[in-house]
Design a binder for this molecule. Sequence first.
Ligand code: AMP
Ligand code: MG
Length: 350
Amino acid sequence: MHTKIIKIDSADIDNKSMTEAAELIRAGELVAFPTETVYGLGADALNPGASRRIYEAKGRPSDNPLIVHIAKFQDLEAIAREVPRQAKLLADAFWPGPLTMIVWKNDSVPRETTGGMDTVAVRMPNHPVALGLIAASGCLIAAPSANTSGRPSPTEAAHVAADMDGRIPMILDGGAVGIGIESTIIDLTEEVPMVLRPGYITTEMLSVVLGQEVQLDPGIIAADSERKPKAPGMKYRHYAPRADLTLVEGAESEVIREINRRVCAARRAGQKTGVIATEETKGRYLADCVVSIGARHDEDAIARQLYRILREFDDTDVDVIYSESFAASGVGQAIMNRLLKAAGHRVLTV
Ligand code: AMP
Ligand code: MG
């Protein structure tokens, strides 16, 4: 299949391109498009055959449900069995934006879209191209991240093309995304709302808006936890570069010394080495390939660059990567969650 890549200016959307993309969605085909978090691989959410195509194109396990993207709050009412009181409060505060809510689904949503579950994940993205495509197609759009299953999520159209070229008919190229990590997921079917995936909207922000306690799914915190994560997708190794990644945590000077020791040992063993450093520390490593993920205090920049850096290591001949770790609060919690998964929970504490 030929994959058409169409550049689209978010500030001045070309109607002809949008109409072409919308027709593909209506016909049950796949279109990759930018959102503010990462690029999505979209299909008509209420068409079971279209949803199945998403799983095929990504090689995604069939028990891993899709997020349904909507353009107006009434779309949530149309697919939810009931709209919980908290959903309205959260939508007023954070939609359109990087927050996904899980609610009980009604019969209009096929199980192909929800990975067999009775609940459905719903988000209103804050990106003119995403909202434009939903509106132009007249469909609700199921869209997981537009990467091959297991690889880092795409933050640029070129990342989508690297994984999906020849597998889907169209990619809308709206440039690099703004946030760079996937949406926060909150489950509203629990008595106490529960965050199933940390993201840009933090647990503290959710709790303030709801005026009640919000839990963090214990299954996502520990690698060896007895409890499985409640979001089926969170149990898979994910976001992983091809080289072996290890996180090193501890005091800055200790971390640098330990990484350099391991870099030298790896080099003696004939391996090429990489380091994910910060602006502050990038000059102090001995590895073959040292990249800065941003200034340590600038969590937004770190989130935005993380997946690009992981992907770029795949274009090098690096065999082992060591990364500094980050504070696990605020947006840092989401950054560490993704890094830990990319590293298969391999962490060294010094
Ligand atoms: P992605 O679209 O690639 O960002 O992945 C979507 C994430 O949302 C995966 O981790 C899914 O397991 C999770 N998810 C989607 N729908 C549900 C649901 N109904 N219940 C729990 N988790 C869900
Ligand atoms: Mg994904």
